[in-house]
Design a protein. Sequence first.
Length: 178
Amino acid sequence: MSRVGKKPISIPEKAKISYKDRVFTVQGEKGNLSRVIHPAVNLNIEDNSINVTIENEDRKTRALQGLTRSLVANMVTGVSSGFERVLEINGIGYRAEVNGKQIVLNLGYSHPINFDIPEGVSAIVEKNTILKLSGIDNEKLGHTAAAIRRLRPPEPYKGKGVKYAEEHIQRKAGKTGK
């Protein structure tokens, strides 16, 4: 049995939830999100909690139960409190700034990189090297942060590049002289 899938999801007081025709919709103070639920999984909304139930007990359905529970819980959390992802830019001359709906990144290339911020994600730059991304959709926020990190991933010798704030870069020793 999926341990994650069995846990009930508590509904905050200010969130409004609807589930019709396999479409789950959440409205909260930060915005609203909707998602189509897989046919092998059902949602039972009762009192102030949501339970994810399954029809049969095969391996794929149990996996879908845990996945659906996590996705629905992230939607409920997103519309009530939101998500934030922090990126750090390390390196001499590496910096970022926000211009309207774009992030201009100087990452050691011969040209600055203009990264378009997707709809539903907002960006703030602090001290030219700390980039804070926030939004209500955890999936879209994670994809955006990963796309920015992919522009210049951190290297293991000096740690230069774009990394997540909570990420630890395993350093390697450089060349040794004779």
